[in-house]
Design a protein. Structure first.
Length: 224
């Protein structure tokens, strides 16, 4: 008799222990939610892909990087060969205009520039360029159509089509160098070139400018 009562008590208590002492079995929704959470944690640890540079600043041409003064008689001056152009525009002779008439490869030596350029699946971005002081009537805006990795992680090349402005060229190219931030950091630097015409598509040039003779003196650019 005593053994029968003990057996009945065990049969009553066992389901209660199982019910209150164990977690419920996961449903399909719980399993899916857990899986998604794990995937999100993994994705969040993957660094962003693509190329990106942004900037808003004032900049000034400070002459050639080899220390020679710029010649007033030539577009490149003492920098010819320093960027590989040698007074030519992608294999074509210059159009005969000088800086003042907004022709040539670099019609302004002091300017304000706002830009963003990125490559993630496709190239996109914008450029807003405005000459300063003696170059105040030189300006153009455009949209970015190509972006290329620079020679190092803190450099970027990008270019595209001039959409409006006072310049005689139809395409632009910029190479930018982000030298970091802080009191002891070197100033950010850049180089640019205008080429082509409004009637032709803006192809990626065969060569990019070498050296960074233009210095950012107010503002900042970043290569992300």
């Amino acid at each position: 008799m005593r053994s029968t009562k003990a057996l009945i008590q065990i049969l009553i208590l066992f389901p209660l222990i199982v019910f209150f002492g164990c977690d419920p079995a996961p449903t399909g929704e719980d399993t899916l939610s857990s899986s998604q959470s794990s995937e999100e944690q993994i994705v969040s640890k993957i660094p962003g892909s693509g190329l990106l540079a942004t900037g808003e600043f004032y900049a000034l041409w400070e002459g050639c990087e080899d220390g020679h003064e710029e010649s007033p008689d030539h577009e490149e001056g003492g920098c010819s060969g320093n960027d590989g152009e040698d007074h030519h525009d992608d294999g074509h002779e210059e159009d005969g205009h000088d800086d003042v008439t907004h022709g040539g490869n670099r019609p302004a030596r002091e300017f304000y520039l706002e830009f963003n350029a990125q490559l993630k699946n496709e190239a996109r971005g914008m450029v807003n360029f405005a000459g300063l002081n003696e170059y105040e009537d030189v300006n153009f805006t455009g949209h970015v159509t190509w972006v290329e990795q620079g020679r190092s992680d803190h450099e970027l090349f990008f270019g595209g089509e001039v959409t409006e402005g006072t310049v005689s060229r139809g395409c632009f190219l910029f190479s930018v160098q982000d030298n970091g931030e802080g009191k002891n950091a070197e100033a950010d630097r850049l180089q640019y070139r205008l080429y082509g015409s409004a009637n032709a598509p803006c192809h990626i040039p065969d060569h990019f400018p070498k050296g960074y003779p233009i210095v950012v003196y107010d503002g900042n650019l970043q290569v992300h």
